[in-house]
Structure formats: C-alpha cells, structure tokens
Ligand binder design. Structure first.
Ligand code: AMP
Length: 397
C-alpha cells in the first residue's frame, strides 16, 4: 500500500497544502489547497489531483483571524471522510516549510523534541515567519502525537555557500553567533534545480541564475545544481525589491529613521516588511498586475526600479559565476508576468541571452530566440512537491 504525504507551507497570511500518494518513484498529487487572506478576507479553495474544485469557501474574518485558526480549519478538513476519500487513506507523514534552519540544518530533519527546540530557538532570526511555520507543527503534534513530521528549511539549500559568500564585513564574533548570509527560498530553488534535469538537462549542471519573483523576491546563483550565492541574506529583507520589502538599503537609513523619526525596532520592522518595495515606491499597490494597469507615473517608476535592481543583481551574480548558461524565472511574477520577464531579459542581453517575445508571451519553458548560447527559461515552482520529496527521503517512505 502506498503512503500519503501531506506538505504544508504556512506563510504570513496564507497556508498552502498538498497531499501526495507515494508511487514507486513519482509522487502523485491527490489534493491541493490554499487558504489565503487570513485575518482579512479568508478564502479556502481545495482541489483534487485533477484540478477539480472540491471546496471554495469564503470565510468570515472571525472564522480565520490567524494562521493558527486557519491551520485548525485545514486540519479538520484533512481528518474528514471527504479528505480520506480523495487522498486515498489517512495521511501517513507531514512535511513543513520552515523558513529558518540557522547555520546547522543543511538538510531536512525529522521533528522530535530536540529538533523542535532548535527550530524554536531560531525564532529571533525570523521573528515574523518562524512562528507561522511552527503553528501547524505544534497543532499536529497535539492532534496526532505519533504522526511523523519533517521540517524542510528554506535556508538549507544555501548551506553549501563558501565562507567568503557567507560573511558580512563585520567582526568575527557576530559571524560566530550566527550573523551571516543564510539565503532563503531554498525549497523553491531546490525544486528548480531538480526540474532543470528534466526540462533542460544540458544546462542543469551549468551556471544558472534563478529569479524567484513572487510576494518575496530573490535571486540564486547555482553551479552544478547547488547554490553558490543568493541575494537574500541574514533575513528575507536583503537583495532585490519585493512587493512590500525594499531589498538591500543603506543601513544608514535605519539609523536615520531611529534618530530623526524616533522609530523603534518594532516600527522599523513594520516599515521594512510591509511599507516598502513596490507598494512603498508606487504608493499604489504591491501587486505587479495593478501597477501594470495603472497610468500613474509612480507606478511606472516602481516597475522600472524593480527591473533595474533585478538586472543589476543578476549582473553581480553573473560575475560570481563567471558568466551564465541560463537565466530562469519562477514564482508568481516570474511565471505570470510576461512583460517583467521580457524587460529583465532585455536588460541582461549583454550576458548573451536573447529573448523570443512570442515564446515568452506563450509561456514556453525556453523562450530564447537563438538555438545556442545562454538560455532564458520559465519554470513554475512547486514548493509543496519539494517538501513532500524531502519528507519521503528523510522518512524512507
Ligand atoms: P507568489 O508569492 O509566488 O504566490 O506570487 C504572488 C505575486 O505574483 C503577486 O504579488 C502578484 O503581484 C504576482 N502575479 C500574479 N499574477 C501575475 C501576473 N499575471 N503578472 C504579474 N504578476 C503577477
């Protein structure tokens, strides 16, 4: 009999989940679900493996005011007869996305008391995200104490960085206590590294820059399918601009905000995580689609700056790699934003990439105009599949 693995990806205002049956080799998707708008206008959509909608429930704000409450709603459904029926039996193991694995977790880990304590101890490094990831782990431990659970870390894929890439130019003592460039979105990058073996085997072992452009945005430089550097670093604030985060800024700005505006750590945290990026710069929206539809000069400036900064950082990572064999786009904007993809690709023409606008608009995997030279690729990411794959590996299912 096959096992069923549940993958849970809990974010700040959404929970994604997928359940897979373990085939002899492949993972077979049985269910996928998304609870979004938690605390605002929650909506739960659940589909079966063929994409047929099983549920589309608009919930009241009071029904799902927090990730914990949202987790309980999803947990109840997963234990229902309907869920068992579509999944093909009870869930036999659960894998979770955990944003921070610190310096030590270089691979996914089965959760026991000691691993849980170590994950909890890393909360100061990701105070907004780690508690959201812990919520479903703790809930399932209470609900079904014997259920095997696995933590899959966003930082783990980057743990092979050289010390050179891992350091900030700050005193050694801070590095020793964990102030280093971790890198995030690692589950997504690990999925892309796997997928390249299938969709572009000729370059899977080459020099690849992956642009994960979603709500959070980062770039990863890969060589031989491994991360060698990335734009996010100590926290998920660094690097390129995002929907509501600024990416790298002069740390002097933080000092200015403290001295001149009297802002404390909590106010600066809210500012940097929620009021900057495309939203702050445009004053209109964090959503690329809204900005593209707007005639406002500030909307145009925000998108121009977004493209400029991404192209600039691609240049920096290309320097680290000594040239590129492929530039890969993924996540919400990277997969659906054909115009942003085209603009970034054109800004990187000096690297030898050559855009085919028709293939780009048609969402083809390889949208390069020329047969030779570095490739332009669009590869949809699937973090839940990767979480299930890690879980299967760790538990030998
Ligand atoms: P993710 O975090 O990967 O779910 O990506 C979410 C982001 O994808 C949102 O912030 C949207 O701005 C962006 N997005 C979704 N669809 C499109 C589209 N058609 N064009 C541009 N951006 C999009």
């Amino acid at each position: 009999m096959s096992n069923s693995i549940l993958a849970i990806n809990a974010g700040s205002s959404s929970i994604k989940f997928q359940a897979f049956a373990t085939g002899p080799e492949a993972l077979l998707r049985r269910v996928s679900g998304l609870l979004e708008g938690i605390g605002n206008a929650p909506r739960l959509v659940i589909r079966d493996g063929a994409g047929k909608i099983l549920r589309d429930d608009k919930l009241t704000q009071a029904a799902a005011p927090s990730v914990e409450a949202g987790e309980a709603i999803i947990g109840d459904w997963l234990l229902s007869a309907e869920a068992k029926d579509v999944i093909g039996g009870p869930v036999s193991a659960i894998g979770h996305r955990v944003v921070h694995g610190g310096p030590d977790f270089s691979t996914a880990a089965r959760i026991d008391d000691s691993v849980l304590a170590r994950i909890e101890a890393l909360t100061p490094l990701a105070p907004l995200h780690q508690p959201k990831n812990l919520a479903p782990i703790l809930a399932w431990r209470q609900r079904q104490p014997a259920m095997p659970q696995v933590a899959c870390f966003d930082t783990a894929f980057h743990r092979g960085h050289s010390e050179l890439a891992d350091r900030f130019a700050i005193p050694d003592a801070l590095y020793r206590e964990g102030v280093r460039r971790y890198g995030f979105h690692g589950i997504s990058y690990a999925f892309i590294a796997e997928k390249l073996n299938e969709v572009a085997p000729a370059i899977a072992k080459g020099r690849v820059i992956v642009a994960h452009l979603g709500n959070g945005c980062s770039l990863c430089a890969m060589k031989d399918g491994r991360s060698v550097d990335s734009t996010m670093s100590f926290t998920a604030l660094d690097g390129i601009p995002m929907g509501t985060r600024p990416g790298a800024i002069d740390p002097g700005i933080v000092l200015y905000l403290m001295r001149e505006k009297g802002m404390d750590a909590a106010a600066i945290e809210t500012f940097l995580y929620h009021q900057c990026g495309l939203k702050g710069l445009s004053g209109i929206s964090n959503d690329v689609r809204v900005l593209e539809a707007s005639d406002a000069a500030q909307a145009r400036l925000a998108l121009d700056h977004f493209v400029y900064r991404i192209a600039k950082e691609i240049g920096a990572l290309a320097a680290v790699l000594g040239g590129i064999d492929a530039l890969v786009f993924t996540a919400g904007i990277g997969e659906n934003g054909a115009d942003i993809r085209a603009r970034i690709a054109r800004a990187c023409a000096w690297l030898g990439v050559n855009l085919d606008p028709v293939a780009n608009a048609a969402r083809e995997t390889d949208f390069s105009a020329t047969a030779g030279g570095p490739r332009l690729l669009m590869v949809p990411t699937d973090e839940e599949w990767m979480i299930a794959r890690y879980t299967r590996q760790v538990l030998s299912l």
